[in-house]
Design a binder for this molecule. Sequence first.
Ligand code: ADP
Ligand code: ADP
Length: 223
Amino acid sequence: DAIIRTENLTKTYGSGQVTTHALRGVSLEIPRGAFCAIVGPSGHGKSTLMHLVGGLDRPSAGQVAVDGIELTGLANSDLARLRAEKIGFVFQFFNLLGSLTAEENVAAAMMFAGIPEKQQKERARELLELVGLGEKLGARPRQLSGGQQQRVAIARALANDPDILLMDEPTGNLDSAAEAEVLAAVAELHRQGKTVVIVTHNPEIARQAQMVVEIRDGRLASA
Ligand code: ADP
Ligand code: ADP
């Protein structure tokens, strides 16, 4: 049962004489509940693959299906809804709102889902506890370490209880202690059944993954 399936996924940026062939036909299946590491050199298409799988961008050719739903055929509004319901994103830079507390940053992600304010707060607290930040509900981003900020970002990505967590170098900006904190939170989410797809340059993370996808020059490299 593949929760993510791509077929000949292709992305070319630009037009005319200045084009970049970021992805050149990637076909893969990621099983439901997997912990999948995406590895490969910088600039070879990993982020592009994540953006297409997450419906943040459209392919030039080929297909991507999430939970059996073909994204290429969806109107933008349906794509946005599927993204909100099924996918949580975590990026290298946390992009938290500096004027909001940890709890408010997580709750803010629930506003569009029409969840009443009281429930938003309750759920935000639960999620922050899950990532080990139950003591930091009222802290603002600048009062938190890098690893703590990234765990707030993970809690925020979980706000709408997505099946899939797409993480693009979530520890790329962290020291090794902070990285360990973040990975512990990710391991717990995987244990709870989330499908985790993580772009990483850390061989240790790749070693722990059940599935390693290597992208080279926009293609799958055979391991
Ligand atoms: P990686 O994640 O492996 O570092 P990317 O997917 O970010 O690789 O980039 C693959 C190639 O596509 C690179 O040459 C990059 O410069 C190019 N690229 C990525 N995003 C864009 C964009 N929005 N517009 C133009 N080129 C892009
Ligand atoms: P990552 O470190 O995750 O690979 P990048 O720093 O390569 O991310 O890219 C950050 C953002 O800039 C992405 O949205 C990507 O699509 C865009 N981008 C990357 N390369 C280019 C490029 N050559 N031209 C325009 N946009 C780009």
